[in-house]
Design a protein around this ligand. Structure first.
Ligand SMILES: [Mg+2]
Length: 351
């Protein structure tokens, strides 16, 4: 699917701008004031803009928002953590920082005197990614800080990309659902369209045959709709179709039933597990409810309001039929209803 041009294109660069790295936030935790001052001075001189200090693990927790009721948690991109401190030492502090979701991903670089080296393996186990030995070598320290910050930057970028991908994915899923819905719904009336009708009738015919059940189809035509449109205009014509779609849908509720717009001013109702008698009860309701709407139709030669003509066809389990046959017979019945003067329903039994 990917073109060769795209395959050969370089990947987007993840190498961060040095200026961006210098804006990242560093926290120095050390009980010795001289060490805090020295480390901060080196970082500041190198151009790091945001360097905070804490004199104990407890103070660091407060800045990181790990204390109960802490409200002003600051965000950090790197922590330089002294191992040997009175109270909670660096190892415990590292474990604690790594146990909170919002601080878990902050890289921690341990700062240790030579005498603390035996602690280093424990420090790595507790979640530290690197260490610097005291007395601090400026070049070495800046290299390690820079590497840790670049790693953090790449992690942040990857997380942002993943979040963006997730967002795109859910947007795409929503769009697909909407597309699927639109493809089976008639835009004007909001009821199932012809495509959905065809699928549904196919399924219900098969189900009726398999389960030996009757199946009825009613085709519904709005009487003298052309005269209505010519006189009231297409906008009113659309409103009339919407009203009829609403009325017909209100009558039919069962899961196996479907009212659809068949085309133009024609509607159709598929009634599963319904014999001729049941279908005629529904058709009578359609007839009455549409008339009850009282939509004026001044040009109708047969009534003062909008009316419908209907053709009913039913197949029984003794004589199952294919969808086109059922449609053909309902159409014949509809033709008869029109020929007999409209505003009525007729029934034709399938062969
Ligand atoms: Mg110390």
């Amino acid at each position: 699917m990917t073109s060769s041009v795209e395959q050969n294109a370089p990947l987007p660069s993840t190498i961060p701008d040095p200026h961006v790295i210098k804006q990242m936030r560093i926290l120095i935790v050390d009980d010795a004031r001289d060490n805090r001052v020295l480390l901060r001075a080196i970082l500041r001189k190198e151009g790091y803009q945001h360097v905070a200090v804490a004199g104990s693990a407890t103070e660091a927790y407060r800045l990181l928002g790990l204390e109960d009721g802490a409200e002003h948690a600051q965000e950090f991109d790197l922590i330089l953590l002294d191992i040997m401190m009175p109270g909670e030492n660096g190892i415990d502090a590292c474990r604690k920082i790594k146990s909170f979701p919002h601080t878990r991903d902050i890289p921690i670089v341990m700062v240790s005197a030579q005498t603390d080296v035996m602690w280093l393996s424990i420090a790595f186990e507790s979640g530290a990614i690197d260490y610097i030995t005291k007395p601090v070598n400026r070049i070495e320290m800046l290299a390690r800080v820079g590497a840790a910050l670049r790693l953090k930057y790449e992690m942040d970028m990857r997380k942002a990309r993943e979040a963006e991908l997730l967002k795109l994915k859910s947007e795409l899923e929503a769009a697909n659902l909407e597309l699927a819905r639109l493809s089976i719904i008639d835009g004007l009336t909001g009821i199932p369209n012809r495509r959905r009708f065809d699928e549904f009738l196919e399924l219900e015919c098969k189900r009726a045959r398999r389960n030996k059940l009757p199946l009825s189809l009613i085709l519904i035509d709005v009487d003298h709709f052309k005269l209505y449109n010519d006189f009231y205009g297409h906008l009113k014509g659309d409103e009339c179709l919407q009203a009829i779609a609403r009325v017909l849908s209100d009558v039919v509720h069962r899961p196996g039933d479907l009212v659809a717009r068949y085309g133009g001013e024609e509607f159709a109702a598929i009634l599963s597990e319904t014999d001729a008698e049941g279908a005629m009860i529904i058709a009578r309701k359609f007839q009455e409810r549409v008339e009850d709407q009282g939509i004026p139709h001044e040009k109708s030669p047969i009534a003062s309001v909008v009316t419908i003509s209907q053709g009913i066809a039913t197949c029984t389990f003794q004589k199952p039929v294919e969808p086109p046959t059922l449609i053909e017979y309902a159409d014949r019945a509809l033709y008869q209803a029109k020929a007999n003067g409209r505003n009525q329903f007729q029934f034709v039994s399938c062969p």
